[in-house]
Design a protein around this ligand. Structure first.
Ligand code: ZN
Length: 326
């Protein structure tokens, strides 16, 4: 080996060593990054677990805050239905007799009047905005009186809500849609945003219950004056999707800014039932509407004691109640 070759080889050794070290560092570096990622993944899972168990705790606290009032206690309560004893103006909820197939006005809202009467008064109890911490109480009460109702629900993605969607269906009630988000500015922004929101709640309910919901209630009703989109356009969209929308012709008034007492809700809900063939009563199933739960047994008992009157869930046979609006 010449001196020159020896020199070249000696010169290459540090370069080769450097190359090997770089490779080792690169390999180790990759391993470290992978390890870091996995660690972060575990942390995220751990955090999620902690969050979930906190949520479970919170819902337990919520549920148990209400546990003191059981159904027999609710049913045993007696409420007066004497308007004079109520410290609020109930004129606006007074019965408006329907006039031979025509439309009639109430509180600025026009309702379709009944036609072709068979002498039976059909009453539909409808609950908007659920599921909530009160859904199970409402379902317990309905079961106790063997009454089926209709729930127009919004999108809530947690296990407690999934169980409530399912229970509504399993116990023979009608599960309808009331938008996914219930945020007026979003859903009514355009026909596209409305379609997107509707698809979202429909898919969620389908996924959870295995049944496709076919009834809809517009947040704020079809006669709402907040929609940025022509409501007729949205009504046509629903029709194109095979979805039937329902408004109401009696409001229990349980969603007002000032919370009503059970007595007030009872008084409102029972207005004019005997003068109508079809009564769709609007109630709310939200955490803020505890009075509705207390009012419900008395309302059901009062309706069940009326002649030729039945309480039914909304089906395709139900006379459609829709607000007339410009
Ligand atoms: Zn609502």
């Amino acid at each position: 080996m010449s001196k020159r070759t020896e020199k070249i080889i000696l010169g290459l050794i540090p370069a080769a060593l450097a190359l090997i070290m770089c490779t080792v560092i690169a390999l180790l570096g990759g391993k470290v990054i992978n390890l870091e990622r996995r660690l972060k993944g575990y942390e995220a899972v751990e955090q999620l677990g902690a969050r979930e168990s906190r949520l479970v705790q919170l819902s337990w606290i919520e549920e148990n805050a209400y546990a003191s009032s059981d159904i027999s206690e609710l049913a045993a309560r007696n409420y007066t239905d004497d308007p004079a004893s109520l410290a609020y103006p109930c004129d606006e909820y007074e019965a408006h007799p329907s006039e031979g197939g025509a439309l009639y006005d109430r509180n600025g809202v026009t309702y379709a009047a009944d036609s072709d009467s068979d002498g039976i008064h059909r009453v539909y109890l409808t609950f908007d905005d659920g599921p909530s911490i009160y859904t199970d109480d409402i379902l317990d009460i309905l079961a106790a009186y063997d009454v089926k109702a209709t729930f127009f629900v919004v999108g809530r993605e947690n296990t407690a809500s999934y169980a409530r969607y399912l229970r509504i269906i399993e116990e023979g009630h009608t599960l309808g849609m009331h938008s996914y988000s219930h945020v007026y500015n979003d859903i009514y922004a355009s026909p596209e945003s409305f379609a997107e929101d509707t698809e979202r709640i429909r898919t969620l309910l389908e996924d959870v219950t295995g049944q496709t919901p076919v009834f809809y209630r517009f947040p704020g009703g079809s006669s709402n004056d907040v929609s940025a989109t022509d409501m007729h356009e949205l009504e046509e969209y629903l029709e194109s999707q095979g979805i039937v929308y329902f408004d109401w012709n009696v409001s229990s008034g349980d969603a007002g800014k000032t919370p009503l007492s059970p007595d007030q809700i009872i008084h409102n809900a029972l207005q004019g039932i005997e003068s109508r063939d079809t009564t769709v009563i609007l109630f709310h199933d939200t955490a803020a509407k505890r009075s509705t739960v207390y009012a419900l047994p008395t309302i059901i008992e009062a309706i069940q004691s009326m002649d030729n009157t039945v309480i039914l869930p909304i089906t395709y046979d139900t006379t459609v109640i829709q607000h007339d609006h410009p």
